[in-house]
Design a protein around this ligand. Structure first.
Ligand code: ADP
Ligand code: MG
Length: 226
């Protein structure tokens, strides 16, 4: 398993957001998580992404227990292995789309030219071939979102976590993004955990999990094995 969570619980004030969440994800699986607003989907994703800690329960990611890592080691582990696609883009305003996408690769110390080529290829896949030299303020909301998606993928993280990634996209761009996820899963065997209301994406997922009343249940699908 690339990721295993057992008995994950999280409380905010008097609200028990996660009661006892069990989740097991093999490498290369693409799962979607659905459920009503306020059900705890984003909370769960933050915990699986090691950005937040559960009150109780255990987590194993790529054979490691991230909850036990010191902050610096945890940050390094996260940067190397987990890509985040969140609703808030946090693109750097002074830099072009191409530079924003390249940045995590440069920070990781990879070859500048290789990173730039991969960034161009990712942006092209996401329909931004003619927008690469624009700064975030010159891009539409959907274009900024696709840029942040390319940035999340540049270091080829083993696990990609996405929180409603098609939220600001029209149906054509949403469909293109789904195809990018599916292509990358096939080419790089990356694992995708995607919170979404998008039925088309849920339809192509290996499994659909539903967050409800603080627990996660299987809505459709079986474990994906190749
Ligand atoms: N940092 C926080 N502090 C207090 N309450 C929070 C915090 N984050 C989330 N919540 C609460 O936890 C519940 C689940 O939120 P969330 O995980 O964002 O749900 P979803 O993503 O399914 O809409 C909500 O009631 C929300 O208000
Ligand atoms: Mg949410």
């Amino acid at each position: 398993m690339v990721l295993t969570g057992k008995g994950l619980a999280k409380k905010y004030g008097s609200i028990q957001v996660l009661r006892s969440v069990d989740i097991e994800i093999p490498q290369g699986e693409l799962i979607t998580i659905v459920g009503p607003s306020g059900a705890g989907k984003s909370t769960l994703l933050q915990i699986l992404g090691t950005l937040d800690k559960p009150d109780s329960g255990s987590l194993e990611i790529l054979g490691k227990n991230p909850i036990g890592l010191a902050p610096k080691a945890l940050a390094a582990f996260r940067n190397k292995n987990i890509g985040f696609v969140f609703q808030f883009h946090h693109l750097l305003p002074e830099f072009t789309a191409l530079e924003n996408v390249s940045m995590p690769g440069w920070i990781a110390g990879r070859n500048n030219e290789t990173v730039k080529k991969e960034a161009e290829a990712l942006l092209t896949r996401l329909g931004l071939k003619d927008r690469m030299d624009h700064k975030p303020s010159e891009l539409s909301g959907g274009e900024q979102q696709r840029t942040s998606i390319a940035r999340a993928l540049i270091n080829r993280p083993a696990i990609v976590l996405a929180d409603e990634p098609t939220g600001n996209l029209d149906s054509k761009n949403a469909a293109d993004l789904h195809q990018v996820f599916l292509d990358l899963r096939k080419e790089l065997n990356q694992t995708f955990i995607i919170v979404t209301h998008n039925l088309a994406l849920a339809a192509v997922a290996d499994r659909v999990l539903e967050m409800k009343d603080g627990n996660l249940t299987v809505q459709t699908g079986t474990i994906h094995t190749q």
